[in-house]
Ligand binder design. Sequence first.
Ligand code: BES
Ligand code: MN
Ligand code: ZN
Length: 506
Amino acid sequence: MNFELKTLGLDGVAADKSDALIVLVPQDLKAGRDGLGQLIGQAAKSGDFEAKPGRILSLYRTPGAGAVRTVLAGVGEGGPRHVRQAVGAAVASVKSAGVKRITVVFAGAAPAPGVAAAVQALADASYVYTTTKTKAEPRALARAVIGVPDAAAVRTAFAEAVAAVAGIEFAKEWANRPANHATPALLAQAAKSLARFARVKVEVLGPREVERLGMGAFAAVAQGSEEPLRFIVLRYDGAARAEAPVVLVGKGITFDTGGISIKPAAEMDEMKFDMGGAAGVLGTFRALAELQPRLNVVGLIPATENMPDGRAVKPGDVVTSLSGQTIEILNTDAEGRLVLSDALTYAERFKPRAVIDIATLTGACVIALGNVRSGLFSPDDALADALLAAGEAAQDPAWRLPLDDDYAEGLKSNFADVANVAGRAGGSITAAKFLQRFAAAYPWAHLDIAGTAWRGGAAKGSTGRPVGLLLRYLLDQVGTAAPAAAAKAPARKAPARAGSRVRPGR
Ligand code: BES
Ligand code: MN
Ligand code: ZN
């Protein structure tokens, strides 16, 4: 979708030739003297329209508006949540009319978060997945103009919101694709397609390179699948080489059957979304490519299916991770933490200022936080606070959960250094405690997006979360001092040559 920001108020909409005009009306609006302003005043007086969030009034061939359809949409006090709600309701009300060009005008003030929320809501309301449908109507809404009292004042927020939308839609596309249309190899191709943008480089490792590196935990998950694994390394080099990067690690299970510890059949199709963390990393890179900010970011995606097979890893098998720690795989359905553990160790070589992993990791997180907030885990208060703040600002919120060492008790194993599961209690936390063992060398945070990355039921589909949170966090880091991270553990020796080509097959 094409977005345009304009200085435009109610007095200017008579000349606006879009298919539909959405007027965002705050509760405290002083009725103006222009035609639309007077009309809003009358509608309020008569009780036909209240500017409460979510309330709308649809009008046709309104004097004072150039568009055929006008929708008054209440935004209450004008906060971003209510702007989002208002735009969503208004777009839904004109959607069936085949609206191609829409104008959204702020009748009152247009603060930056409100403008961002309007852009986001327009994109959300008009998104359609089409890739594997032969008769799907493509997205009708092609152009949106955002009218504000002073365009210059919100130019940056607008550009960031448009970039976030590009990232979110890239994430949605890849997460929504069925697993046979989003294999590890296809995910790697999607990553490679981002290398067409300035400052983005992509390198892809295949099964033999992963084996040679010693990623025994990642390889163990992949060994039951006919689809060869990929380890995807993205770089966004926006700052000086000496500046330590932020590393994003995305769980890329393109389909999670559970493996030999197989899942029940009901809703198993939704496990195509188990690469939501990977999609989040790809989407964030798509947004960075758009904005070109001055910072360095690395993206790591261990991508594989988790399948049952004659060669699949079995409960009780012990594998050696890249860190050297041995892991007893008591449940093959706790595969996300296995692929992440090797990626987290791999992250050490970048001497990162921070590492954030993003994963649809536990059903327990869905029970704890539902689909509103992502689970956030970090032993680092500053990093946790920065991520929480970014989530609030981007309307992509998270909630911090604890990491007391007592939670790690259940991960003890009689046959390896650590087991990959503890009991049922505190399942999201024990999963995070497992990951923490592999993330000791740098400031680390873990986002469990099992409840937020997609919706089930009639509106089944990817949400594109947490691209908004991650992008906001990264943009907030621009210009903050980033001395080369003092690694707590000695940085690992780089391999003679990290492979740069994909070797097909295994
Ligand atoms: N991908 C799942 C987590 C998941 C389940 C996300 C349902 C969203 C909805 C993950 O790989 C998994 O299977 N986790 C297990 C862990 C358990 C075996 C300790 C889970 O949550 O049941
Ligand atoms: Mn699983
Ligand atoms: Zn999984």
